[in-house]
Design a protein around this ligand. Structure first.
Ligand SMILES: [Ca+2]
Ligand SMILES: [Ca+2]
Ligand SMILES: [Ca+2]
Length: 286
């Protein structure tokens, strides 16, 4: 092989390594932050397969044709803003009587043991009980894969909130996988009508990442590490009591992100102690 060819071969090998590395990275959540979208009739999120009403927006205000949002806990005039970046995903069950009773997005992801899936969600409804519209985030094994079981990450429905009501803001979720759960799944985000086809419910998500070697606690901002961004959430809630409904449901609190790390109610020195134990642990995922 001539010298020139050797250089060429080395270059091809390098490209192969890069492609292999990128192939590995592709097993992470693709556009889980919903910053990329296709301009269309609605803004379909790049990297996800979609069915029915899906939208990528920078601000969300409920817009029912019927039903109402009298008991929503956010300021429905200002609406909801992104948890991170400039955009997030909105799924809706749809409104007037129609064939459509659900919306969903999904993509294939590969999980390793000890990975942590984290992100934030918001659920709000213009419907009422007992028409218990519901939403979930699940990992669903591909058809025919009998070795893996479904993994429930988030489940919520109208009885969790009350009629014509919503959460008070973004709520953080996290799920750490064990070795028996390692494998390839469809990461599925879904909202559905229950019993009838009337009136909107909305399921809204942002900031979904799969963390490798994550800190065990303290990452409130869903970026796989613990730093001043997380401390800012905790400091803003200082001496609140997240077991107190008025704090828990205050749109200005971050209790839903888990600022009460010890789970005893107050956000205090004990929570700061937990955060400091994991300070700067984890690798920031891009
Ligand atoms: Ca975002
Ligand atoms: Ca963080
Ligand atoms: Ca606490």
């Amino acid at each position: 092989m001539s010298c020139k060819c050797t250089h060429l071969w080395n270059a091809i090998s390098l490209i192969a390594v890069v492609l292999t590395t990128q192939g590995f990275c592709a097993s992470d959540v693709n556009n889980g932050r919903f910053e990329l979208y296709e301009f269309n009739e609605v803004n379909v999120p790049t990297g996800w397969q979609c069915e029915n009403y899906t939208d990528v927006v920078g601000n969300f205000i409920p817009h029912p044709g019927e039903g109402g949002f009298a008991n929503w806990r956010i300021d429905t005039t200002a609406g909801l803003f992104p948890f991170e970046g400039e955009h997030f995903l909105v799924l809706s069950t749809g409104d007037m009587p129609e064939q459509v009773t659900y919306a969903k997005v999904w993509q294939s992801i590969t999980i390793d043991a000890c990975d942590k899936l984290t992100g934030v969600y918001f659920f709000g409804t213009c419907d009422y009980r007992p028409y218990d519209d519901f939403a979930y985030i699940k990992l669903i094994p591909p058809p025919g894969d009998l070795n893996l079981s479904e993994v429930n990450i988030v489940q919520i429905s109208i009885p969790d909130l009350g009629d014509f009501s919503s959460m008070s803001g973004w709520k953080r979720f996290e799920y750490t996988f064990d070795i028996n759960q390692a494998g390839t799944y469809n990461l599925t985000i879904f909202v559905g009508d229950y019993e009838d086809e009337y009136w909107d419910s909305y399921f809204i998500v942002d900031g979904i990442v799969l963390c490798h070697d994550p800190p065990a606690a303290g990452d409130l901002s869903c970026d796989c590490t613990v730093n001043f961004q997380d401390f800012a959430f905790l400091a803003a809630d200082w001496l609140r009591n997240c077991n107190n409904p008025s704090d828990h449901n205050d749109p200005n609190s971050h209790c839903l992100l888990g600022t009460d790390l010890t789970g005893d109610g107050p956000v205090d020195i004990n929570d700061l102690q937990v955060m400091s134990e994991y300070w700067l642990e984890g690798i920031k995922e891009e």
